[in-house]
Design a protein around this ligand. Structure first.
Ligand SMILES: Nc1nc2c(c(=O)[nH]1)N[C@H]1C(S)=C(S)[C@@H](COP(=O)(O)O)O[C@H]1N2
Ligand SMILES: [Mo]
Length: 318
């Protein structure tokens, strides 16, 4: 867990689990507002899932280094993803107990961290609506990460975990669920986490699902010894499983990588390689179950989200 990336809009709040409440309210409920304590949540039927949290901006720096484009936000390479075992209560369990109206369409989890202020404007607490069908499908309200209470940085006492969707959907330090019979809006689905750029509509395109990516299990600008090597890496996709991975070490030809096991999120793989000394650019491209293959380039978007193109990994062989 000490190697799991942290991405905060403001600061990690310190929350007392005994004083914590989850407030559920809104026009999508049959009755009035409902409150749950930490104990209440712990006593509901639990579920455990293995899922990634991956920032929409994972890979953002490659828009600039590979495509020469300007983007704003943290210049991540491929480290803005972590996979953990999450234990908690299904959001569907909590919502059904609270009593949903048939007309309910959206659920908005709201964080307990300080309000997000940017450019002199207070945008309020970090929050982003989820469509009800996703909320009822596979979303977890997690209180444990890898068998221990959530660490403060990852959302103690309770966070949302939304499998396959961009990280902002997985609201940390959950304090409130707004259930609505009307579509909900927040700056996190109108202003941020949309694709803006020449290839997209003027009001942008909403980002929800993650894209396909591959990474070598090597340091950036790795140095390797000439001779017998085995290259290893992993690929993953918000669309589901990985069907095929190909690797190129010479900038021209592609060889199929050999899959290793089948993890619940990553597909690990390997490939023998016998390089002579010199400078190389390694490339890996995955194809997922929906037939999406990582392209050479992706269309520019100003906020640098969803970099799913093939990453060129520099390696020196000595
Ligand atoms: N309340 C709250 N939830 C949040 C955020 C935040 O700033 N506040 N950041 C989001 C973003 S942008 C990402 S990528 C993930 C990161 O989760 P992690 O820090 O546990 O890796 O949390 C999401 N949930
Ligand atoms: Mo993020």
């Amino acid at each position: 867990m000490d190697r799991f990336f942290v991405r905060n809009h403001t600061l990690t709040p310190r929350i007392d689990a005994d004083a914590w409440r989850l407030r559920i309210s809104g026009s999508g409920l049959r009755g009035g507002p409902v409150e749950l304590t930490y104990r209440d949540l712990r006593h509901l039927p639990s579920d455990t899932i293995t899922a990634a949290v991956e920032c929409a901006g994972n890979g953002r720096s490659f828009f600039t280094s590979q495509q020469g484009q300007t983007v704003s936000g943290t210049a991540w390479k491929l480290g803005a993803i972590g996979v953990a075992r999450w234990k908690g209560v299904r959001l569907s369990t909590v919502l059904k107990r609270a009593g949903l109206r048939r007309a309910a369409v959206d659920v908005q989890p709201v964080g307990l961290d300080p309000d997000f202020v940017t450019g002199g404007v207070n945008l309020g607490p970090v929050r982003r609506p989820l469509p009800l069908d996703k909320a009822l499908h596979d979303v977890l309200l997690a209180y444990e990460m890898n068998g221990e209470p959530l660490p403060p940085d990852h959302g103690f006492p309770v966070r949302v975990v939304v499998p396959n969707w961009i990280g902002i959907a997985s609201i940390k330090w959950l304090g409130q669920l707004e259930v609505s019979a009307e579509p909900l809006f927040s700056p996190w689905n109108t202003q941020f986490y949309r694709l803006f750029g020449p290839a997209y509509p003027t009001d942008g395109e909403l980002v929800s699902r993650q894209t396909v990516k591959s990474a070598f299990e090597l340091p950036w600008e790795a140095s390797l010894a000439a001779g017998r090597q085995v290259l290893r890496g992993r690929s993953w996709s918000g669309n589901g499983r990985i069907r095929r991975v190909e690797v190129s070490t010479d900038g021209r030809t592609w060889r199929p990588a050999r899959p290793i096991g089948h993890g619940p999120v990553w597909q690990r793989w390997e490939l023998p390689w016998h390089p002579a000394p010199g400078a190389y650019t390694l490339r890996a491209r995955a194809t997922d179950v929906t037939g999406v293959t990582q392209p050479e380039t992706v269309p520019h978007n100003t906020l640098g989200y969803l970099f799913g193109a093939i990453v060129r990994h520099p390696v020196t062989v000595v």
